[in-house]
Write a protein that binds this ligand. Structure first.
Ligand code: ADP
Ligand code: MG
Length: 327
């Protein structure tokens, strides 16, 4: 199983940020409202994700570390309506085959916490009692220690941490209801309180996208039928090459979609100079049956059934917002 898991890991785990992504998605699946991420040496030494979610019951710890045992896809139709982020049932097994992974968890119904890890070529899981509040901590030490060729591909700590921070940005901009903390080498890099009001959300946007963004961004909100768009868009005069902030979400998922980007560009029209990029944080919400999400986890693409309508709606909503905005 170790080899099979390592091969699977090749698809899931490219670098420390991909480990963080899988672990955080599990925490969100477990309804966590607070997520703590500790990183050492860009994640090559340590990645620890701690949440206050529902936890994993003692008798499920072994399953959680086994490949495909937990796949939530039971039916092809599920592919069309995946509500949980994790569905492949192999992330933990894969990560644990290329690192020293320890899983510690406690559920509300349990009196005590349990800890598990898998070792050796047969990936034998051992379980022991531990101390932990309700929720889960997963510690990943020495990523790729046993796959030297992969370890060699890791970039500098700074670059790897940069990828993790960028991931945290995307996640934090999609889940205002969750509070986040990110530490690197013992230093707190980000601490974000849960945000429920527009003002608190803008504060989070300012923390993540910078003051310039927050000062020149207009709040937009518009609805057409059951398609809704909301978020912030920056006046063209304030857009600069430095102001790298382009985030769009469809039904809560981060997207880099051609159609959306085209619509955003079109709304800005000729007002941007050659070296300027639009700056925005935008959320589009619509009936999930009106959109296909590419199930490949690395591709941030969607297909809208009513593509033309969505495109034109986005252009006109942004046009409205931009004309009301002063630089
Ligand atoms: P998947 O998320 O695709 O099911 P994973 O390998 O990522 O597969 O996780 C295996 C299982 O372990 C999950 O299905 C879930 O039941 C459990 N699990 C993992 N992380 C957590 C967590 N932070 N909180 C609660 N349960 C978790
Ligand atoms: Mg998962």
């Amino acid at each position: 199983p170790q080899l099979a898991n390592q091969i699977a890991a090749g698809e899931v785990v490219e670098r420390p940020a991909s480990v963080v992504k899988e672990l955080v998605e599990n925490s969100l699946d477990a309804q966590a409202s607070h997520i703590d991420i500790d990183i050492e040496k860009g994640g090559s030494k340590l990645i620890r994700v701690r949440d206050n979610g529902s936890g994993i019951a003692e008798q499920e710890l072994v399953l959680a570390l086994s490949r495909h045992a937990t796949s939530k896809i039971t039916d092809l139709h599920d592919l069309e309506a995946i509500s949980s982020l994790g569905f492949r049932g192999e992330a933990l097994a894969s990560i644990s085959s290329v690192s020293r992974l320890t899983l510690t968890s406690c559920t509300a119904g349990q009196e005590a916490a349990w800890q598990a890890n898998a070792e050796g070529r047969d990936m034998q899981v051992s379980v022991r009692p531990a101390a932990h509040p309700v929720g889960t901590s997963i510690e990943v030490l020495d990523l790729f220690f046993n796959t030297p060729a992969r370890r060699k591909f890791l970039r500098s700590d700074k670059t790897e941490f940069g990828h993790i921070d960028e991931l945290l940005k995307r996640l934090a901009l999609s889940r205002y209801d969750v509070s986040w903390q990110l530490n690197h080498n013992g230093q707190t890099v980000r601490r974000l309180k849960a945000a429920t009001t527009d003002e608190q959300r803008l504060k989070r946007v300012a923390a993540l996208c910078g003051r310039t963004f927050a000062e020149h961004a207009a709040f937009i909100e518009n609805q057409y039928g059951d398609v809704r768009i909301w978020g912030w868009i920056v006046h063209p005069a304030a857009c600069s090459a430095q102001l790298q902030c382009q985030y769009s979400y469809v039904n809560g998922r981060m997207m880099r979609d051609k159609l959306l980007n085209h619509a955003i560009r079109q709304a800005y029209g000729d007002s941007l100079l050659a070296d300027q990029q639009p700056a925005f944080v935008l959320y589009i919400e619509l009936d999930p049956r009106q959109v296909d999400v590419n199930v490949h986890p690395a591709k941030h693409e969607v297909r809208f059934h009513q593509a033309r309508l969505i495109h034109d709606f986005v252009v006109s909503a942004l046009n409205d917002a931009l004309t009301q905005l002063n630089p």
